[in-house]
Ligand binder design. Structure first.
Ligand code: DHB
Ligand code: FE
Length: 279
């Protein structure tokens, strides 16, 4: 049977991608951030996953304001990367696992999770930046991927509670896959940031640290946060943190924190990474 061996939460800031392309990992500004990714890589090389499910938000590349699914899942043999305007290098395509994707779809939709099924899907920086932070040293991606997109762009976006509940169904669907596959779930985005408007540049370190603590030990309390509270506490784009709750819901009741890191500021963002294992 498939087994969820862990989860990684990480910011997906585009400038991290450019720092990798320009080999700036050892610059004093970037080194503390990349130390966090180095620890995550050491862990992932130990657990050797076959598949990653990447919960992220599309920022206007594959979906735009004309058509915006609340939850969408990839069921494609290949996912091509493109840059929607950050000047990021286009990276090599990711292999999908079509059979595994369809298993998730066939379990989750009857369980009440109305997914948009994408048999073609372009992946943007929300997906590719965390992947390259872990695996940029390799010529090929060493895992297959299932992109799982959450609308965090066009209001109304799904509630924190809904994201956690969707994660629980995702976890059940993965665990019922009959083949032996090791799966890691990524929840990308956040932490606190606001890219435009009167509060552009807003960062809330105290909230970010509390969110990291609670995502591990008390995710139910985070589910109570309304959109207005989340935006007040984490900034307009900080609402991307709801994707961490999808990942956390899939991991089950308790987790062990294998590693965590928080760096401030990276670009406009409080940048956090955590590695969690089901307890
Ligand atoms: C930044 C953060 C994001 O999550 C994003 O999608 C784009 C930019 C930033 O901090 O620069
Ligand atoms: Fe983002």
């Amino acid at each position: 049977m498939a087994q969820i061996v862990g989860g990684i939460t990480t910011s997906h800031i585009p400038s991290i991608g450019n720092a990798i392309t320009n080999k700036q990992q050892d610059d004093p500004y970037w080194r503390p951030l990349f130390d966090g990714y180095d620890r995550a890589r050491e862990w992932i090389e130990k657990v050797e996953p076959d598949i990653v499910v990447v919960v992220y938000n599309d920022h206007g590349l594959n979906f735009f304001l004309d058509k915006m699914p609340t939850f969408a899942i990839g069921a494609a043999p290949k996912y091509h990367n493109a840059d929607e305007g950050w000047g990021l290098a286009t990276l090599h395509s990711f292999d999908g696992d079509v059979e595994f994707s369809w298993h998730l779809i066939e379990q989750m939709i009857p369980a009440g999770i109305d997914l948009t099924i994408c048999q073609e899907m372009l992946i943007d920086h929300g997906f590719i930046v965390p992947m390259s932070a872990i695996w940029s040293h390799l010529p090929e991606w060493p895992v297959k991927a299932v992109p799982f997109a959450v609308n965090t762009v066009l209001m109304p976006v799904p509630t924190a509670q809904r994201c956690f509940d969707v994660g629980k169904e995702l976890g059940k669907a993965i665990a019922s896959y009959p083949e032996d596959k090791k799966v890691v779930i990524f929840g990308t985005g956040g932490m606190s940031h606001q890219l435009s408007g009167e509060r552009a540049g807003f960062i809330n370190k105290a909230f970010d640290r509390e969110f990291q603590e609670k995502i591990a030990n008390d995710p139910e309390s985070l589910c109570k946060l309304s959109h207005t509270e989340l935006i007040k506490l984490a900034g307009a784009e900080g609402i991307e943190l709801i994707m961490w709750l999808v990942m956390r819901g899939a991991l089950g009741k308790s987790v062990n924190v294998v590693h965590q890191n928080y760096e401030l500021p990276i670009s406009n963002t409080g940048s956090g990474i955590m590695v969690l294992e089901p307890a």
